[in-house]
Write a protein that binds this ligand. Sequence first.
Ligand SMILES: [Zn+2]
Length: 251
Amino acid sequence: MPKMLKIDAHTHLGNCKTFGVRISEDELLKSMDDYHIDASIVQPHPGEDIPENIHDDIAALAEKYPGRIFGLASMNPHFDRKRYTKEIERCIRSLHFVGIKLHTFGHAISPISERATMVFDLARDLNVPVMIHTGPGVPFSLPSLCITKASKYPTVPIILAHSGAITYVSEAYVAAHEYQNIFLETSWCAAHRIQWLITEIGPDRVMFGSDIPSNMPVEITKYDTINLTAEESRLTRGKTAINVFNLKVKV
Ligand SMILES: [Zn+2]
């Protein structure tokens, strides 16, 4: 029987002035080892001083641990347009990152704004998914605001980070129900709602995420306690993220 791969689709490295979080490489790698995570998709925090530098750090880590660490580009889209475009293109083309983050809350950007359209044009042209923060940070972080982009960019997979979290999980359900290119990452969701999303939307469109190493045991415990079938577990804990982000995981 092939090994079941476990993927953390959403975690961070570095410092965050916005949310007061600091995650070191050692912390990140230790939590992966402790909880048997085969690979993680790692992104900068929204409140990083110079995102280019942390992108370099993530790329260096990915080079040190090939197939175990994958980068996700995150930079404030309100920055100078040329700087943003150049850096996102560098991340995807040169550093081989697997997607772009739109941090609605941390970067104060609405998914229906002109700058969000710039992000989606880039994602379409570079052929990578966009992960969008949903949940805390309303109105920009309402899952429903992602629907217009899902409709306009049918070839771009959209991952709703936190699936709307506790309060807006029903909106995330509606968005994913209506658009097949919307996927759900479940960090900070209630366990029974994760179970509901997996049943209603399907395990091939729901994926595990921790967001931060200290939250890893909490999220693992949720998945351990909602009575997933073997196939639901295989998909949601790993294979869905592998498929959506086209990960070349080291087995
Ligand atoms: Zn996050």
